[in-house]
Design a protein around this ligand. Structure first.
Ligand code: FAD
Ligand code: NAI
Length: 475
């Protein structure tokens, strides 16, 4: 007999699994279809984020930062360690354990919430009173029916034309997270989030890293002042080599690695590297989804068209996460998953795309929410700025992490916070206060009047809020 569900979710990444859990909490019979298999051929939940994205990358970041602290930074504290070594196999095994723990945790949550997990590729097979969805795994397939369908098929790495990724020598995020030794020379194409995060992991562990970026300016998505500070720290102090305004030419594989020919304003050059990472953005997964069978609208970039409530062009079909407009971030997808489940239940779920935080997990970390100063200028918005460095902060000094600053942009007339930009230690944690402030429509004065614990890094946020009104107390 045909299996029938109130809601069928296609994709079990953060957007899909969260949508499914919230649907189940709201009393809907729910199934999730996912085709992910790990390198051992085992079906796993969690999508890109848990298997080859957020979680494994942060595990490696922490290991490499610990190594760098022990090898180079503890001396400042009077702790001397000789012969610090990195065991890459052990570091990778730890990362794999964390991934298994979390993907297994989602299996457990599915059982607890009575969510049916259907393993295989999902696609629309037809529609009538209900939607027919096919699940195909190898040679076998079945059709299930659903009143509502949530598409959460996510994204995969964009590759460059003619440059075959084998995930051994030329890698995307999957291979770059699984190196079994520190490459002597690592080339990275694309100085975006993955290029900077993974480039800095392998640099800390001893690789000579060169990043080739097409754009003439660095970190164009960030506030200009943050990008400038990041350049100073990553390039001038830490020794990450970044070439801007690059046009990639021929890439050839040899016995000992890869040679990338490229051109900049300085002329033609070549980079020899033992491994090459291609991190030039991601493309939404909308191929072979049966979109044409049911008339689902997909735009020219491959994104499923949705409105502000993630409703697609079809009734009772929603799409969330990386496969729709907006930043490709796990927490944005999760929030959309909750919103859609609540909308199906007739509730008023909502996601404010203007207050989604961004974090780049380099050292120091970069985090922001809201608009950058150059955006406000371009939009002709009158604003005031409060910018305070970590270098005067007692906690930052104690931690030996004094790089960077907090910058608050507030409306010149109303004082409402329009953007907060942080580069510094624990920026990923500190940004939460700014997100909360912006969601509550706070003014810089509101933040300035809130008591912040002493000594803590959050005092720099407090000082920056005071600095908007030119009354910082420690400057
Ligand atoms: P995905 O996580 O991509 O999941 C989609 C799932 O759908 C997959 O399991 C896929 O197999 C399955 N699927 C696709 N099509 C079908 C189909 N037709 N049938 C069945 N199953 C299908 N974001 C952050 O917020 N913070 C970070 O620190 C961060 N770090 C990252 C680091 C790296 C290296 C990478 C690559 C990404 C990182 N991201 C991070 C981005 C984050 O991983 C994505 O934004 C997030 O995973 C998107 O979630 P999603 O549920 O939309 O899709
Ligand atoms: P990205 O969009 O962040 O950066 C890609 C970079 O590659 C850009 O700077 C772009 O100008 C450059 N580029 C594009 N084509 C090029 C070419 N031909 N030659 C040289 N450079 C080229 O994409 P990335 O790093 O692949 O990450 C994908 C997405 O994954 C991110 O945008 C983000 O949404 C998500 N992510 C989020 C993380 C986080 O939240 N901390 C961490 C990692 C990824």
């Amino acid at each position: 007999m045909l299996k029938s569900f109130e809601v069928v979710v296609i994709g079990a990444g953060p957007a899909g699994y969260i949508a499914a859990i919230r649907c189940a909490q709201l009393g809907f019979s729910t199934a999730v279809i996912d085709e992910w298999k790990n390198d051992k051929g085992e079906a796993k939940l969690g999508g890109t984020c848990l298997n080859v994205g957020c979680i494994p990358s942060k595990a490696l970041l922490e290991s490499s930062e610990n190594y760098e602290r022990v090898a180079y930074k503890f001396g400042n504290h009077g702790i001397s360690v000789t012969g610090a070594k990195i065991d890459v196999a052990k570091m990778q095994a730890r990362k794999d354990r964390i991934v298994s723990q979390l993907t297994g945790g989602i299996e457990m949550l599915f059982r607890k919430n009575k969510i049916t997990w259907l393993k295989g590729h999902g696609k629309f097979a037809g529609s009538g009173e209900k939607y027919m969805v096919e699940v195909a795994d190898g040679g076998s397939s079945e059709i299930v029916e659903a009143n509502h369908v949530i598409l959460a098929t996510g994204s995969t790495a964009r590759h460059l034309p003619g440059l075959e990724v084998d995930n051994e020598t030329i890698c995307d995020n999957i291979g770059a997270l699984a190196f079994n030794a520190v490459p002597e020379k690592l080339g990275v194409i694309g100085a975006g989030v993955i290029g900077l995060e993974l480039g800095s992991v392998w640099r800390r562990l001893g690789a000579k890293v060169t990043v080739l970026e097409a754009l003439p300016n660095f970190l164009a998505a960030a506030d200009d002042a943050v990008a400038k500070e990041a350049w100073k720290v990553f390039v001038k102090e830490q020794g990450l080599e970044i070439k801007l305004g690059v046009k990639i030419g021929n890439v050839s594989r040899g016995k000992r690695g890869v040679t990338v020919e490229y051109e900049t304003s300085e002329g033609k050059q070549a980079l020899d590297c033992s491994k090459l990472v291609v991190s030039v953005g991601r493309v939404p997964n909308t191929r072979n989804l049966g979109a044409e069978t049911v008339g689902l609208k997909i735009d020219e970039r491959g994104l499923i068209e949705v409105d502000e409530h993630c409703r697609t062009s079809l009734p009772n079909v929603y799409a969330v996460g990386d496969v729709v407009r907006g930043p490709m971030l796990a927490h944005k997808g999760m929030d959309e998953g909750v919103m859609v489940a609540e909308r199906i239940a007739g509730q008023a779920g909502y996601v404010n795309l203007d207050t989604i935080p961004w974090v780049i997990y380099t050292a120091p970390e970069i985090a922001w929410v809201g608009r950058a100063e150059q955006q406000l200028k371009a939009e002709g918005v009158a604003y005031r700025v409060g910018q305070v460095p970590f270098s005067h902060n007692g906690r930052a000094l104690g931690q030996d992490e004094t790089a960077g600053f907090v910058k608050i942009l507030a409306d010149a007339k109303t004082d409402r916070v329009l953007g907060v930009h942080i580069i510094g230690s624990h920026a990923s944690e500190m940004i939460a206060e700014a997100v909360m402030a912006m969601e509550f429509g706070a003014s810089a004065e509101d933040i300035a009047r809130i008591c912040h614990a002493h000594p803590s890094l959050s005092e720099v946020m407090h000082e920056a809020a005071l600095a908007v009104d030119k009354r910082a107390l420690h400057m």
